[in-house]
Design a protein. Structure first.
Length: 393
């Protein structure tokens, strides 16, 4: 597709949050990849931070060397007074800076963009990326914003259908943009020695924030069944939580079930330790998606050629679906401890099966989740919208 219409076009990405949570990582990486393709992309930096809060988005924007725009509160939660202030400020910015297109990532910035563009003489087209596997609810704010949106990028086929049906958009306006993950260095050191593990151990990893809704009781029930049948199995929890949740959801049940010798608790890992941690695993387990509906942790594990056992929640069945004949990257199970334990035992006990599923996982990550291809599709969408004048048809 031609990129005619993009020469000199300035693109503004809006993100209504200062926390490093949910879609923050894929949104910033998407903007950075577009800049790598030569596009003039600027990313908004939220001005509102809760007292005592740390602006993690600002840290990541600096890390990715993305040009930033300030002057907007960009609160995550709806407040009329804040919205009106931001509407006035964004209108002034658009009139002054002449951004050709607005790309939104969250409900609050989507509403802001569409309201701010309403009274402009030449409003830029608005694009929205969704990160949940299902379409947003049809509330009044959503109806208003989507009615004034030129194009939507949705992560699943069911989300595409849902957006078209709920908001009366034409099929050409809603594009499938699957989750992406960065290529990973699979060769390198691991953390097995640091964790006191040897080559005889079969290691299952799970990345999850320690919270009540993440079903830790199921995790430990599955672990108990697995180690009963395979004493050399070990479970590694890569995540953190507050002291109360950690005691109640992790340390107490581990002690009660006698799993102390079979569970490793290294906590939250930053790079390069997180990559080393994933290189230490034989399989990956995932139970409940968190604030990131695209399940970034699963995508990252697949990029390390790790076979995955997961529940059937959210996007997980689609991430683990067989895309190419004979290539299965993992399995999405019913939430039953016996079923999930059996799936892990089958995987850990069969080296050939584990290699085959791992290869399929790597293929899925490399081919279907390629961030460069995703950026090129987004670039082509921008070119199409700007080439035809931008406004919603």
């Amino acid at each position: 597709m031609t990129t005619r219409g993009l020469d000199g076009a300035r693109i503004l990405h809006l993100f209504a949050n200062y926390k490093w949570t949910g879609p923050a990582d894929p949104a910033i990486r998407a903007a950075a990849r577009l800049r790598d393709l030569g596009l003039d992309v600027t990313f908004t930096k939220a001005g509102f931070v809760h007292p005592g809060g740390q602006h993690h988005i600002a840290e990541q924007l600096e890390r990715w060397r993305l040009p930033t725009l300030e002057g907007l509160e960009l609160r995550k939660h709806f407040r009329v007074s804040s919205l009106l202030r931001d509407v006035r400020a964004l209108r002034r910015i658009l009139e002054r800076e002449r951004f050709a297109l607005l790309h939104c990532h969250l409900p609050a910035d989507h509403l802001l963009a569409t309201v701010a563009c309403r009274r402009l003489a030449s409003p830029p087209p608005v694009v929205r990326t969704l990160y949940e596997p299902a379409a947003p609810p049809r509330g009044w704010r959503e109806r208003y914003a989507f009615a004034r949106t030129a194009a939507v990028l949705a992560p699943t086929a069911s989300c595409v259908r849902g957006v078209i049906e709920r908001f009366a958009l034409r099929p050409a306006q809603v594009l499938l943009q699957e989750p992406v993950t960065e290529p990973r260095e699979r060769q390198g050191g691991d953390l097995r020695a640091r964790w006191g593990l040897g080559p005889q151990h079969k290691v299952v990893g799970i990345t999850a924030r320690i919270q009540p809704h993440r079903r830790f009781e199921l995790l430990w029930a599955v672990a108990r069944r697995v180690v009963d049948a395979m004493p050399e199995a070990r479970f590694v929890l890569l995540g953190r939580g507050n002291a109360e949740d950690t005691a109640q959801l992790v340390t107490a049940p581990i002690a009660r079930l006698g799993l102390q010798q079979h569970v490793v608790l290294p906590g939250y890992q930053r790079e390069p330790d997180y990559s080393a941690a994933l290189r230490s695993l034989d399989a990956f387990l995932f139970l409940v998606p968190g604030s990131d509906g695209t399940c970034r942790a699963v995508c990252e594990a697949m990029a390390f050629a790790l076979p995955v056992v997961a529940t059937q929640r959210g996007i997980l069945p689609e991430l683990l679906a067989e895309r190419r004949a004979g290539e299965k990257p993992g399995v999405a199970c019913v939430e039953d401890e016996a079923v999930m334990a059996a799936a892990l035992l089958r995987l850990l006990g069969d080296d050939a099966l584990r290699r085959a599923w791992g290869h399929a996982a790597l293929q899925r990550a490399s081919l279907d989740m390629d961030p460069v291809r995703a950026a090129m599709r987004t670039r082509d969408l921008y070119a199409e919208l700007l080439g035809r004048g931008g406004a919603r048809p």
